[in-house]
Design a protein around this ligand. Sequence first.
Ligand code: FES
Ligand code: FES
Length: 195
Amino acid sequence: MAALGKPPIWPYTADPTKREAPMSGKPASPGKPVSKAKAPALLSLTVNGAPRHAAAADGDMPLVFWLRDELGLTGTHLGCGKGECGSCTVLIDGEPARSCQTTLAAAAGKAVTTIEGLGTPQAPHPLQAAFIAEQTAQCGWCTAGMVVEGAALLARNAQPGRDEAKAALEGHLCRCGSHHRVLRAVLRAGGREPS
Ligand code: FES
Ligand code: FES
């Protein structure tokens, strides 16, 4: 049986001496140590509209860990850790990205939007409201990634059809089988009659 996808870049350890392999970028050439003096001390990015900073030394940390563990944005879920399930999806400069496969350094200088940044309980994003109306979530583990991906679709196309919604969300796995209701929610959020 063929091996499934890419190897995970986690479990992450903050201690670089305990990592088995570089987690991003090219390994340093033997005899050419990277000059720490030249490395910027901080990485800067925007998360849900607010400026945030992280130690440059943490640049190879998967973004999902930083969002959850450092910022407390636990709405972004870690599922497979291999880029295959979609539960960790966030927006980076408006484009869906798998935060388990995106390093903190790769997100530096960019705008990250998580499920918490799409709306609030008082003023939900139309897709969040539609997910609630369709009672889409079962265990809910995949839900945030689906909402974030669907929000990106609605930003591109305010009234997607069923086929467009299916194509946008086909990379998202749901072991509870909520897909039919997810599609209904996307159609509802676009103002179409759910079918
Ligand atoms: S946890 Fe990132 S794609 Fe599954
Ligand atoms: S609702 Fe449980 S994995 Fe999707």
